[in-house]
Each structure stands twice: as structure tokens, then as C-alpha cells.
Design a protein around this ligand. Structure first.
Ligand code: AMP
Length: 283
């Protein structure tokens, strides 16, 4: 496995692989790798021959007062995971490599970035879209792999790629969960054991949503109210949003119809957790 911090070197490695006819897969991450990230690497290996994992805690997607400084950066452990997973190249640049000058060019995806996480994290998706555009230009992969866990991010990136005719496929992979249902996340390590148990209510609320929709409930307000009751059982939890939106446009729905995304953000202590499910209500 090659590990590089430079754009020039990752480009050369990819160029050499491509000249041998390899299909290139990119898994963009912020490190602190876990089984969710590994599932993306495994998905990438199903379609591609040469896998690049990027590890970069992207400063431009963090707002003031967010956890940029505190975000875990266990590079050695991450490299071990990548080696075991058979990754070909880890691209782990320093911020100076990615942003050598004050950035003046940004990718802004409109509308889709306004609801859900966009409300409480202004500028977040601009940072995400910009860094992904940069990574796609640097690595030039045939496909890039994202997790359903960050549903809005995946939708935003797909739209950016479509709108800007970027020549790669975006593959969205299922959310990997702890045995208690909690979506695996690098931020779960901020939680105490007790908070982790309580955080299982996040997935419980989403399962309740699915059950109500499957049982024919169509009033979104009624479903959200049932979900809130479950989330209120998290003692140190503060609900940021509980939303049921159209799975493509992310617009709010009064009545359940078609493919919907139920999404939740909860702050437990100082840790912000998000999760979601897709439900196909038919019609
Ligand atoms: P992050 O390192 O948190 O920026 O995540 C990098 C990629 O891994 C993103 O596409 C995430 O959606 C994905 N990811 C994070 N957690 C999970 C999970 N539990 N299951 C599947 N994918 C995940």
C-alpha cells in the first residue's frame, strides 16, 4: 500500500494504475476509520481494481465552534485498517496541500443544502461539495463511494456530479450499525457507554417511522410526533430536527407518498449524531 500526502504523487500512482487498465475507485473519508468506512472500501472492490482512500479532515466543512480541532486523527490505526482491507493508495494530505491559498472558488449546490443539516450547519455542504470536487479532480476516479448514513451529503454530491458533468459514478452504500442499531460513526467515540445505549433510541425512532408508514399512516405530523416521543427518552439528548422529506428533492411532506427520507439529528451532550432511513411508501 502506498501512502502519500501529495497531490502530485497520488496523481502519478493513479495514472500508472489506469495505464494498466485498472478501474479506479475512491473512498473519501475524514479518517478515524470504522466498519462503516470498511464497508465502502469493500463495495469499491466489487466494482474497481484500484482503490484510493482519502483521509482528510476538511477544515472548510466545519463551522465555528464545531469539532474541527477535536476531531480524532488516528492515522497509524487508519493505515493499518486500509492495509488489511487491501487498499492500494491512501491519500492523506495536510490542509496546506489541499488549500495552499485562501480558497476563492467554491461549489454551492442550491436548494438541496437548505433543509435538514443545512439549517444548523451553514456553509457545511459548500465545504463538502468543494472538497469532493477537488478530490475528484485530483484522483480522477471512475467511481466514488459514499454512505447512506450521510444521506443529504450523498444527494448533494450526486447532484453536483450531474450538474457539472463530472465523469464518475457516485455509489451510495447502506448504513452500518452497532448491534443496538446506533449508526457507526467516528463521533460515537465522544459518547460514554451510557450515552451510546441511550443513542439507540435514534434508530428506534426511525424504525417506528417505518412501521407507521408500513401500517398506512399518511400524516407526517403524527409520525414525527411518535418519533419525538422516543427521542425524548434520551436524557442528555437535544433534538435538532426530526424530518420526513421527499427522498429526491428533500422537500418537506405533509402526507407520506412515494420514496421518503426520514432523518434525525440529535445532540447528546456535546456530540451531534445524525441518522436516517429510506422508506418507499409506494404511489
Ligand atoms: P466521514 O469519515 O465521517 O466523513 O465518512 C466518510 C464516508 O463514510 C461518508 O461517505 C459517510 O457517509 C460514510 N460512512 C460513515 N459512517 C458510515 C456508516 N455507519 N455506514 C456506512 N457509511 C458510513
Amino acid at each position: 500500500m502506498e501512502v502519500t500526502k501529495t497531490i502530485e504523487e497520488v496523481r502519478n500512482l493513479v495514472k500508472a494504475a489506469r495505464s494498466k487498465g485498472s478501474k479506479i475507485g475512491l473512498v473519501p473519508t475524514m479518517g478515524a476509520l470504522h466498519i462503516g468506512h470498511i464497508s465502502l472500501i469493500e463495495a469499491a472492490f466489487k466494482d474497481c481494481d484500484f482503490i484510493v482512500v482519502s483521509i482528510f479532515v476538511n477544515p472548510t466543512q466545519f463551522g465555528p465552534g464545531e469539532d474541527f480541532e477535536k476531531y480524532p486523527r488516528p492515522l497509524e490505526a487508519d493505515l493499518k485498517i486500509c492495509r488489511q482491507a487491501g487498499v492500494d493508495v491512501v491519500f492523506a494530505p495536510e490542509p496546506q496541500q489541499m488549500y495552499p491559498m485562501a480558497n476563492l472558488t467554491w461549489v454551492t449546490v442550491e436548494k438541496l443544502t437548505e433543509p435538514l443539516c443545512g439549517r444548523s450547519r451553514p456553509g457545511h455542504f459548500r465545504g463538502v461539495a468543494t472538497v469532493c470536487a477537488k478530490l475528484f479532480n485530483i484522483v480522477a476516479p471512475d467511481a466514488a463511494y459514499f454512505g447512506q448514513k450521510d444521506a443529504q451529503q450523498a444527494i448533494v454530491i450526486k447532484r453536483m456530479v450531474a450538474d457539472l458533468n463530472m465523469p464518475l459514478e457516485i455509489v451510495v452504500c447502506p448504513t452500518v450499525r452497532e448491534p443496538n442499531g446506533l449508526a457507526v460513526s467516528s463521533r460515537n467515540q465522544y459518547l460514554t457507554a451510557r450515552q451510546k445505549n441511550e443513542a439507540a433510541n435514534i434508530y428506534k425512532s426511525l424504525q417506528t417511522c417505518r412501521r407507521l408508514i408500513d401500517a398506512g399512516t399518511t400524516e407526517t405530523r403524527q409520525i414525527i410526533s411518535e418519533m419525538q416521543k422516543i427521542l425524548q427518552q434520551i436524557p442528555s439528548g437535544q433534538i435538532e430536527y426530526v424530518s420526513i422529506v421527499d427522498a429526491e428533492t428533500l422537500e418537506s411532506l405533509e402526507k407520506i407518498a412515494g420514496k421518503v427520507l426520514a432523518a434525525v439529528a440529535v445532540r447528546i451532550g456535546t456530540t451531534r449524531l445524525i441518522d436516517n432511513i429510506l422508506v418507499d411508501a409506494g404511489k
